[in-house]
Design a protein around this ligand. Structure first.
Ligand code: AFP
Length: 404
């Protein structure tokens, strides 16, 4: 397999002949994440020029051993001598769930799974069939995995406890099983988001609210799956952000975007400008700045891109460089997005990719949560832009008390 040039560049290996994989394949460096062992390129002998590898080498290309998501998770686990493998096993269950949801999303137009169920969720939103399917599947798979003592989901008002044998599970998981679901029937990208904490209550007992109400900074792992033109899973355990693309021919997520870093250049702003009249002065002035108007106007305007599926907007901005805003409005000062299973996991990912997230006054990851379903304004993207928004809010809005 040819190793994409971009992948090599990201790994700091461009311009060199390398072989990735083999034994021992991986080193870990806090700043750079996983690095692959460099080895001099070796020509294969005696294959008469017909071997795939030789063809590649003779073109002066490089080869890559495929790294599946399960393999990377296992290797990460080995870095902790005391690890029991429970976290790796939990992640594998999430990967399995993502694969099944992906299958259903892909055939959504063919079977009777689009449209509404007729029910309304805890947020007062109409529930779509795929929403319900994704929620039930996540809860079912994780509930009986034995690794999770309790769960919380956008679709469920209360915590979900497992059977008593799962009281020994070390972790709790928060889920947005299908984010952007109003886009499903139009074939627009949607996603699933997960956040994992280590429980604070004693093992052997039921999970408690305190296990969940921890600041985002305590997350053990967070990630999302984007069901788009291809399906990808992106996650971090706090040691670099890695992206895996689903290869349907083998049924596996394969490492395609190791150690993702948010580009320095911030050329995109993402916000629903339909709410312009309900925004505060500070937000309006900041968005004008992005367009190259008014105070501090950028000499070159940013591009506006807004899908309405946070996972999709976030993913594009993570790869291309950008800022996503979902501010509070006059009628809804807390905004729309949920702290615990939307803002926190995305903030944890972005911080690990070199970006930042704020509610307008403080870092999202420092917010002490009080409720599972609490909402928060969200500004997430390049550090410089997040600081800029905080400055605009401080200067023009704080008197209006619309943040926090
Ligand atoms: P749905 O899951 O109801 O489609 O909501 C998606 C979402 O929570 C988030 O993914 C989007 O960024 C945001 O809402 C879009 O909200 P607006 O339609 O108000 O812009």
């Amino acid at each position: 397999m040819r190793l994409p040039w971009r992948l090599l560049k990201r790994m700091g290996m461009s311009g060199e002949k390398v072989r990735i994989g083999g034994v021992p394949p991986i080193a870990f460096q806090p700043e750079q994440g996983y690095l692959f062992r460099k080895q001099p390129s070796r020509r294969l002998r005696g294959t008469g020029g017909s071997s795939f590898l030789e063809d590649i080498h003779s073109e002066g290309e490089v080869v890559q051993e495929l790294i599946s998501i399960n393999r990377l998770i296992t290797m990460e686990g080995r870095r902790y001598p005391k690890a029991t493998g429970e976290f790796s096993a939990l992640m594998s269950e999430i990967v399995l769930t993502a694969k099944i949801i992906n299958r259903e999303v892909n055939k959504a137009g063919l079977i009777d799974i689009t449209g509404f169920t007729g029910g309304v969720n805890v947020q007062g939103e109409e529930v779509r069939k795929l929403d319900e399917y994704a929620n039930d599947l996540f809860l079912h798979i994780l509930k009986y995995s034995g690794h999770v003592c309790a769960m919380a989901s956008e679709e469920a008002e209360d915590l979900i406890q497992g059977p008593t044998y799962t009281n020994s599970g070390k972790y709790v998981v928060l889920l947005d099983p299908l984010d952007g679901s109003s886009n499903i029937d139009a074939n627009v990208s949607i996603g699933s988001i997960f956040a994992i904490y280590r429980r604070v209550s004693p093992e052997g007992e039921s999970g408690t609210l305190e296990d969940f109400l921890q600041p985002g900074r305590n997350l053990v792992a967070a990630g999302y799956v984007i069901y788009g033109s291809s399906t990808m899973m992106v996650y971090t355990t706090g040691q670099g952000v890695h992206g895996f693309t689903f290869d349907s021919s083998v049924g596996t997520f394969v490492l395609s975007h190791p150690n993702i870093k948010l580009p320095d250049k911030c050329g995109i702003y993402s916000v629903n400008e339909g709410y312009w009249t309900r925004w505060t002065d500070g937000i309006r002035r900041y968005v004008e700045r992005c367009k190259g108007i008014g105070e501090g106007a950028l000499p070159k305007p940013m591009s506006a891109r807004y899908i309405g599926s946070m996972v999709a907007d976030f993913h594009r901005n993570l790869l291309y460089g950008g800022i996503f805003l979902y501010p509070g409005t006059i009628d809804k000062p807390g905004g729309k997005l949920r702290l615990m299973y939307e803002a926190n996991p995305m903030a944890f990912i972005l911080e690990n990719a070199g970006g930042a997230a704020s509610n307008g006054t403080i870092d999202i990851l420092d917010i002490a949560p009080t409720e599972i379903h609490q909402r928060t304004p969200l500004f997430i993207g390049s550090k410089r832009e997040v600081e800029m928004i905080e400055d605009y809010i401080k200067k023009y809005d704080l008197k209006e008390e619309l943040v926090g």
